[in-house]
Write a protein that binds this ligand. Structure first.
Ligand code: GRF
Length: 230
């Protein structure tokens, strides 16, 4: 009887702990800011426990510190291989016990060392309408191709670069006068809407990565994710 009571108390204390998020960045951190704001105002039922950058001195670190979030810098140049960098990242993150890890402008290619360790709880945002334009310079490529629209996609991370199952996608028009910068700004505005939304679904326990791909409320998501309507 005594043992049963102790077990119950432990279960209760675990279930009331808020969902823990860690965010990886490399730069400005405007998506990080959107996520911070969404946790502070309760849109995402979770707390951001840790922000790690692979570059020192970036604005995203200032944003995290201003919000009272612990920060860390792990410089990829200090490591002789991608795998050894990823091993350190895994160790650092594991100490923080994250339920969800969000890549928000994290400009490093991750190896299976990292991706396997956090399979199913790793999200990325990519500034294109995937499967179009994986990799770099997405806005330049959309402009050069004469596309009439661009956008962003939140997806689960798998071993395939920018190729994990999409969750939600938002479109923006491309204007005749657009250059890379103006298009990037327009796309960022929708990134700041769809990333908190996907994080919210995950933290509510509604979003999962299964063998069949991404599922929301146990329903398999479309191949390009949910089409976000502002
Ligand atoms: C965003 O466009 C994101 O899609 C891409 O990198 C950029 C990061 O911007 N992966 P920020 O640092 O969140 O402002």
């Amino acid at each position: 009887m005594k043992f049963a009571q102790q077990t119950k108390t432990k279960e209760l204390s675990i279930s009331t702990e808020p969902t823990r998020i860690a965010v990886l960045i490399s730069g400005s951190g405007s998506n990080l800011q959107a996520l911070i704001d969404a946790t502070v105002d309760g849109f995402i039922p979770a707390s951001i426990e840790l922000v790690i950058s692979n570059k020192p001195g970036v604005k995203g670190l200032e944003r995290a510190a201003a919000a009272g979030i612990s920060t860390g810098v792990i410089c990829h140049q200090d490591y002789s291989s991608r795998e050894s960098f990823d091993e350190t990242l895994v160790q650092y993150l594991s100490d923080c016990r994250p339920d969800l890890i969000i890549l928000a402008g994290f400009m490093r290619i991750l190896t299976p060392v990292f991706i396997t360790a956090f399979h199913g709880r790793l999200l990325n945002i990519h500034p294109s309408l995937l499967p179009k334009y994986p990799g770099l310079h997405t806005h330049r490529r959309a402009l050069e191709a004469g596309d009439s629209e661009a956008g962003a996609t939140v997806h689960f991370v798998t071993d395939e670069l920018d190729g994990g199952p999409p969750i939600v996608q938002a479109r923006v028009p491309i204007m005749a006068e657009d250059d890379e910068q103006s298009l990037a700004q327009r796309v960022l505005q929708v990134e700041h809407k769809i990333y908190p939304l996907a994080a919210r679904w995950f933290c509510e326990g509604r979003l999962r990565l299964g063998k069949e791909g991404a599922a929301l409320d146990d329903a398999k998501l479309p191949a390009q994710g949910i089409d976000y309507q502002a």
